[in-house]
Design a binder for this molecule. Structure first.
Ligand SMILES: Cc1ncc(COP(=O)(O)O)c(C=O)c1O
Length: 475
């Protein structure tokens, strides 16, 4: 409280209190964004439209404040990036110190670069550990492109096709390489690909095949195996033993899909298929990796090791944009002796690398994986309790602090309650809780808060969520 108690921070509302969103200052500030920024941005679409969202001014730990001084608890963790909370001083100080020493050398060797690749390799999963090689990139989309390029380059022709999943999100690039005519650079690069075979993700709550887990006996894996038994599916010709698939890319849990997790046997089946047909198995862990499930990588919860992992977001704790591809040496070394196959002005950026290696060390030193498991279990139990009282909640799923709930009009028919979900997310914003809405049918919310959220804050989030669900039940 300031001396007069009249500044905007004193007048703003605390989490749990209703406020006007956006407030007058936010509305004023947004005028420039409306005037000078292009459309298509996230903020224009979320929270039920571009008019609803406030302008944010400052952050601390799991909270952020808008320009009118209103406080919000953040459960969307800026798309899961701010794993150490907002303004993580340890990482910021390390980056600041680095910035005064060496900042940018455009893809040259530096000490922070060497530190990061070693640090990241030290947390490789399963049998990738001790055999891991890393490349850095800027942003998740670029890292996905890189992983696809390496995967395809490492498999023999005619393996060009990619298997991906409905409900997946892997970023927004490919035009750049398509527009680059140089044959050397374009050689076997999967830019603007036509041969992508999309298959259903094991979204068990709404099984694509109409089965129920576990009595389904993993029918989805059987169905995928079946697709390799006839050339008609475009994956494999058993007569000539011609394999067309280079890569399978999957998010071990789908966050764009709304926090959808595969059953525990699923990735074992995927690993077997990839091994049988020489397909590179890429786990896109950009949203769900780096400790969010209480293990470094979500795929570790399934007891299998992919050939490559793509990471970003939490990798550098939201402090500096950096991404990386980590994979098994025999695949990653495909460009060995081919200089410039992977070059970039910002690759190995000293500040990004410093942010990332400090983030990994902080998670190790502060034992945050255990903390995430503990807090995640607490949060999930709270959501399950809420489900007992709230008929709207059809399903609660997730591991650690990567959770999702689905709202339905009727638990038997599972008719998606998209209107109620939109209402809850918007109303929660008005109570000062930021929740991300994303899903196949507009009816799921994801919870991906910083790993340093407290149980008290989780209680507050659950309380607000409960109130919003009560109100949604009455609309
Ligand atoms: C699983 C996944 N892959 C790729 C991306 C793209 O990352 P970026 O937005 O940093 O380009 C995202 C971003 O949300 C993601 O969640």
């Amino acid at each position: 409280m300031c001396e007069q108690g009249e500044c905007k921070n004193c007048l703003g509302k605390s989490c749990g209190e209703l406020r006007e969103v956006p407030g007058p200052k936010s509305r004023e500030l947004k005028k420039d964004l409306f005037e000078y920024e292009g459309g298509g941005t996230y903020w224009r679409a979320t929270f039920d439209g571009e008019d609803r969202i406030p302008v944010f001014e400052r952050q601390d730990n799991v909270r952020q404040w808008d320009a009118d001084g209103n406080e919000y608890i953040d459960t969307y963790g800026p798309f899961a990036a701010s794993c150490l909370g907002h303004i993580p001083t340890g990482v910021i100080d390390a980056v600041y110190k680095q910035a005064h020493q060496l900042m940018h050398v455009a893809d040259m060797p530096t000490i922070p670069r060497a530190e990061l690749v070693k640090e990241l390799a030290s947390i490789a999963p399963g049998d990738m550990l001790g055999n891991a090689v890393v490349h850095t990139e800027i942003g998740g989309s670029a890292a996905v492109e890189l992983a696809l390029q390496i995967a395809e380059y490492s498999t023999p022709s005619p393996q060009h096709a990619i298997i991906s999943y409905y409900g997946a999100y892997h970023g927004r690039m490919s035009g750049g390489m398509s527009a680059t005519p140089c044959a050397y650079y374009r050689e076997k690069v999967p830019a603007i690909k036509n041969d992508i075979v999309r298959i259903p993700f094991p979204y068990c709550y709404r099984c694509f095949y109409g089965r129920e887990y576990p009595s389904c006996d993993m029918f989805c894996i059987k169905a995928l195996k079946e697709m390799f038994r006839s050339p008609e599916y475009g994956l494999y010709d058993p007569n000539t033993k011609t394999n067309l698939v280079s890569t399978l890319i999957v998010e071990p849990a789908q966050f764009h899909g709304g926090g959808v997790y595969a059953p525990k046997e699923y990735f074992q089946g995927i690993r077997e298929i990839c091994d049988e047909y020489g397909i590179v198995f890429i786990a896109d862990e950009i949203a769900i990796g780096m400790g969010r499930t209480g293990k470094w990588w979500c795929i570790e919860n399934y007891g299998v090791t992919p050939d490559m992992i793509v990471t970003s977001k939490a990798l550098s704790a939201g402090v500096w944009p950096l991404s990386a591809v980590m994979g098994k040496r025999e695949i990653m070394d495909v460009w060995k002796g081919k200089p410039d196959k992977h070059m970039g002005t910002w690759h190995g950026n000293a500040l990004g690398c410093k942010a990332a290696s400090t983030t990994i060390r902080t998670i190790k030193e502060q034992g945050l994986l255990g903390q995430v498991a503990d807090l995640g279990a607490y949060f999930k139990d709270g959501l399950l309790e809420l489900q007992k009282r709230q008929a709207l909640i059809g399903c609660v799923e997730g591991i650690g602090l990567g959770l999702g709930i689905e709202l339905v009009k009727d638990r038997k028919t599972k008719e998606p309650a998209a209107d109620a979900t939109g209402f809850v997310v918007r109303r929660a914003l008005e109570y000062g809780v930021l929740i991300n809405l994303s899903s196949y049918y507009g009816n799921r919310m994801t919870f991906m808060p910083p790993y340093v959220i407290t149980k008290k804050d989780i209680d507050l989030v659950l309380d607000v969520l409960g109130r919003c669900l009560d109100e949604a039940g009455n609309i």
